[in-house]
Design a protein around this ligand. Structure first.
Ligand code: ZN
Length: 511
């Protein structure tokens, strides 16, 4: 009996768990099987490994080969364990130095000719290896750049099985081979985003966008087609600070699982994700047959989820947004287990005032039935809109505004946003919150943060009269703190509260 072992990684969501891969060679009739909860694709690994090893001109022991993947409780999906299985077998037969192979994580699918094919989820898998104290990973060449994003990791990116064997042999001799040249990254994520200076007029909307960026507030824009809602939304990511290292790695990891990196390196700018209103629950929230895939809410993690024509989205989809909005992640049940993905996004909703889009100003020309007029925006009200601090009306730009001087550029506004974020970071240090939008209203109303009654008088009266709900009151407080931060003030004044009040409730008013 001879034993070979190495390691690989199984993913559940973005969470990777180390899988021990053991190959046992015994005499007897030729036989090759994989145990340890493989799915159909993983259970077919012996056929691929046998062909790949033989076609690479490497010796395959003609004996009983049993490969076990543990822990057995963890589902092993797809062909991503092929390379690890082949290496464990080759280590058992002393074709590769067993101690080199044992200390490395192997990821990759094998082609029948011995090619090591790219797999999804390499970045989260390498992060898991790093967390487990493993320092060497062998990955498909195409996945090399994303694996190399993890600090302190020796990445052996290989084109085929023979190269992987040569790498291990060379390292064993103490003369590691020159690292293979990694494929050049294609489209970089840091292409400059569209500029705010392109937006003519729209002074109020520009202010709202700046406040949304500064405080991380969810934003709804109600207005007719052609008012520039999409154009405004697309300019929000450019106003946001660059992602810190951990956030960037997490954002990149989601796209790695989806196989959507396209050779990009680190995604360190806030992603902008705009699913179509006809998109399915799976496309928005995540799921799917086979492996549970992240949806749009997770692709928008650390960035913007933009729902254009929001009332046209399916009601169950809109309702399902509440879980990620509350907890920053989605949980998807699959059989007896639950897969979770991060979904910490800033929501931007855009909606026409009614189905035909003409119900603004005098409302002349609106062809919607009275029922549609009443119910169109109502689909957005309730628990979802309770979380949207900024709700504003957007109108088509006037001719005069089109002729006016261009507004401030993204760079200028982003600087104020960064300064406001710094103030918030200092204020909320040591709390679970980083931005004003995350702070519960009850905290802002309690002793430490309560504003003088002279400043809140207007708001208090609106609350007493019933023209403002307590939730609306809290939204005003959060926004007012951000307005104050943008102005570099110690705490909000009555003017800041007035501005916040003006940016509240366009949806509830219109509905
Ligand atoms: Zn209408």
């Amino acid at each position: 009996m001879s034993l070979g072992r190495t390691r690989s990684v199984a993913l559940s969501g973005l969470e990777g768990r180390i899988v021990e891969v053991e190959a046992d060679l015994a005499s007897g009739l030729p036989y090759f099987a994989v145990s340890g909860l493989p799915d159909a694709a993983c259970a077919q690994a012996p056929a691929r490994v046998r062909a790949a090893v033989t076609n690479s001109g490497l010796p395959l022991p003609g004996q009983r080969i049993l490969v076990n993947l543990s822990p057995a409780s963890l589902p092993k999906t797809g062909a991503r364990f092929d390379l690890a299985i082949a290496m464990a077998v080759l280590a058992a037969s002393q074709t590769v130095p067993p101690e080199e192979v044992a200390n490395a994580v192997h990821l990759g699918e094998l082609g029948l000719d011995g090619t090591v094919r790219a797999v999804t989820g390499v970045l989260p898998a390498v992060l898991a290896a790093e967390a487990a104290g493993i320092r060497t990973v062998v990955v498909p060449l195409a996945n090399g750049p994303e694996a190399a994003l993890v600090d302190g990791m020796t990445v052996l990116a290989v084109n085929d099985l023979t190269e992987a064997v040569q790498q291990h042999r060379a390292r064993h001799r103490g003369v590691p081979l020159e690292p293979r040249e990694m494929p050049l990254p294609g489209r970089r994520s840091d292409q400059s985003p569209p500029d705010l200076a392109d937006v003519a007029g729209q002074d109020e909307a520009r202010v709202a966008l700046e406040i949304a960026a500064a405080g991380g507030h969810h934003l709804a824009m109600i207005g007719p087609p052609g008012a520039g809602k999409t154009m405004l939304a697309e300019r929000l990511p450019g106003l946001l600070p660059t992602l810190n290292r951990d956030a960037a790695l997490e954002a990149t990891a989601v796209h790695s699982v989806l196989g959507e990196l396209d050779g990009r390196l680190l995604i360190d700018r806030a992603p902008f994700v705009a699913p179509h209103h006809g998109a399915s629950m799976t496309a928005i929230i995540g799921g799917g047959s086979g492996r549970v895939q992240p949806g749009a809410v997770s692709r928008a993690n650390h960035g913007i989820l933009f729902l254009d024509e929001a009332p046209e989205f399916r009601r169950d989809v809109l309702d399902a947004l509440r879980q990620p909005l509350e907890g920053g992640l989605v949980r998807i049940a699959r059989g007896d287990r639950v897969v979770s993905y991060p979904a910490n996004f800033q929501l931007v909703l855009a909606a026409n005032p009614c189905r035909c889009g003409k119900r603004y100003g005098s409302g002349a020309g609106c062809t919607c039935s009275p029922v549609v007029q009443r119910t169109y925006l109502a689909k957005l009200s309730g628990p979802l809109m309770d979380r949207v601090d900024l709700q504003l009306s957007v109108f088509p730009v006037t001719r005069a505004a089109l002729r006016s001087e261009p507004g401030e550029s993204t760079a200028v506004v982003a600087e104020r946003v960064a300064a406001a974020r710094e103030l918030q970071g200092r204020r909320w240090a040591g709390t679970p919150w980083a931005t004003n939008s995350q702070v519960p209203g009850s905290i802002l109303r309690e002793r430490n943060w309560r504003l003088p009654a002279t400043e809140t008088r207007m708001l208090d009266r609106a609350l007493e009269r019933g023209s403002l709900t307590l939730r609306g009151y809290d939204r005003c407080l959060r926004v007012a703190w951000t307005v104050s931060d943008l102005g570099g003030r110690e705490r909000p004044t009555s003017d800041d509260l007035l501005r916040a009040l003006a940016l509240r409730g366009a949806v509830s008013e219109a509905a």
